[in-house]
Design a protein. Structure first.
Length: 509
């Protein structure tokens, strides 16, 4: 079996997704094992020297002034897992849990947390054998990282909490036993090392970022199809227009649209028509999609930095023997990036819904009302546009930034928090809504393309149309549209539309 080798320094978003969704096993690099061992040795020496160290010989948060005796050290580490496992709500899905586990392993592999190598290897075995701790989705304010969800994750290591294993939900002890994994006897600082960090918000954000990269390209495909069937001009895609306003995303989106619609007989058929300008939802697609793409690349950069960051407290520096408390656990960079991404994805959905309206409205499209014959007897795609409108309106609420909020915790010791995990969860919901809206646009555009029986579409749009029709039949008469929308959503979310187009015209950017 192929392994993903982790060293805490070089995990890319692509490798991360391959690991989580490809269910690769993970292992530590030899260098990482050395770093982890050295950090633990630094901890042991400090404890022998009877140094007072936050979280190792003291309480936590506002209780950091309380010194804990040596014979209470192990109980302190178990207590932090139990006391901090205060999450509520639905459990995060298995994919997110696997993602958080992978990122926690990668972070600990940096060698700044002070966890024992044996403990880290057991955590790796938990991941590799498919034990999936159950983490409630709510309870993190993103200040000392993701304390509550990570505490639920770590409880399984000591035989507490709950986990799913081979399709069954078990208590932590039984899950570990069935998987053949020994329980951990936590030593000084290890409980704290397991729950400090931003791995949950980063896991959610990383998966959303990856899916958003695919969605932005798919949105260009949908816009290209709409451009053709609405008889829009491709002059607005002229490279000269975009070169004089050189935002990278705008240039990329315009180039994608040119390639998607290249060799279109539909566009060529009306090149001398009297229409002077197209509506903004068509004409400004590269500008709007491009601005969202630029925001997405910013989020990707932040996420990849965070995936390889040490977000523990305290931090161990074996080279100097220092054990220092700082604020790397604060989720503000991730919170801001994912709030920005949620806004960017909301705009992709907004402009897509406006193109849907143009497709189904005969006064704007010149096409049959709601893209159906015998309109009146049939309602066609009328209510699909309602659904898109509902989703973009919901996104307007969800796009309100979580990161501008803060509420003091831990008796005002933690008096500014990031709400990063809330930002991540909202971003993921906005993404799902946007994927559904773009799916509806693709359905409507394919239906409209059926009307151009004597003219060929562009190479890219024609390939997208073929893929859609392989899975979803033309709407001859009314049927249950949610089935079609759900099928189309899977084609979008699993990047099957994108892959088919890229196989035809080359990779989109």
């Amino acid at each position: 079996m192929e392994y993903l080798v982790l060293n805490g320094e070089s995990l890319s978003l692509d490798q991360f997704v391959q690991g989580v969704r490809g269910k690769k096993r993970v292992m530590l690099s030899a260098e990482a094992e050395i770093k982890v061992a050295k950090a633990r040795d630094t901890i042991d020496k400090a404890l022998k020297g009877k140094r007072v160290i936050y979280g190792l010989t003291t309480g936590f948060g506002a209780l950091s002034d309380v010194v804990i005796s040596k014979n209470q050290t192990k109980q302190l580490q178990r207590n932090i897992l139990m006391s901090h496992a205060a999450g509520v709500g639905n459990y995060l899905d298995e994919e997110i849990t696997r993602a958080a586990l992978l990122l926690k392993i990668n972070s600990l592999a940096k060698g700044h947390a002070g966890i024992k190598l044996e403990t880290l290897k057991i955590l790796i075995t938990v991941y590799n054998k498919g034990v999936c701790p159950l983490m409630p989705e709510k309870g993190s304010v993103g200040a000392s990282g993701d304390l509550a969800p990570l505490a639920h994750l770590a409880l399984v290591l000591v035989g507490q909490g709950r986990a799913s294993f081979r399709g069954k939900v078990l208590n932590g002890k039984d899950a570990m036993k069935k998987a053949g994994i020994p329980l951990v006897d936590l030593d000084a600082g290890e409980g704290l090392a397991l729950i400090n960090g931003t791995q949950v918000m980063t896991a959610i954000g990383a998966l959303a970022t990856w899916d958003a990269l695919n969605l932005l390209k798919t949105a260009d495909i949908a816009a290209g199809m709409s451009l053709e069937v609405l008889l829009a001009s491709n002059i607005e895609l002229d490279k000269k227009i975009h070169d004089v306003r050189p935002h990278p995303g705008q240039i990329t989106s315009a180039d994608n649209l040119r390639r998607i619609t290249r060799h279109s007989e539909i566009v060529s058929s009306h090149k001398d028509c009297s229409r002077v300008q197209d509506a903004y939802s068509i004409r400004c697609s590269p500008q709007v999609h491009g601005a969202s793409l630029d925001a997405l690349h910013y989020a990707k950069r932040v996420i990849e930095i965070e995936m390889n960051a040490a977000t523990d407290n305290p931090l161990i520096f074996p080279e100097t023997g220092q054990i220092v408390s700082g604020g790397n656990f604060h989720g503000q960079p991730v919170a801001l990036a994912l709030d920005f991404l949620a806004i960017a994805l909301s705009e992709v959905a907004n402009i897509s819904e406006r193109r849907i309206e143009r497709l189904v409205n005969p006064q704007l499209s010149g096409l049959p009302a709601f893209l159906i014959k015998e309109a009146g007897l049939n309602s066609g795609f009328m209510i699909a546009q309602y659904t898109a409108a509902a989703l973009v309106s919901e996104n307007k609420v969800l796009a309100h930034p979580a990161s501008v909020d803060s509420i003091p915790t831990s008796a005002n010791k933690e008096d500014h928090v990031s709400m990063g995990t809330i930002a991540a969860r909202k971003c993921r919901e906005v993404l799902k809504n946007a994927e559904h809206v773009v799916s509806i646009e693709l359905l409507c555009a394919a239906q409209a393309m059926d009307l151009f029986t004597n003219l060929r579409a562009g190479k890219g749009t024609m390939e997208a149309y073929r893929t859609i029709r392989e899975h979803i039949a033309h709407l001859e008469n009314d049927r249950i549209l949610s089935d079609d929308i759900n099928t189309m959503y899977r084609l979008v979310h699993e990047a099957k539309i994108l892959s088919s187009v890229e196989n035809k015209i080359g990779a989109l950017n």
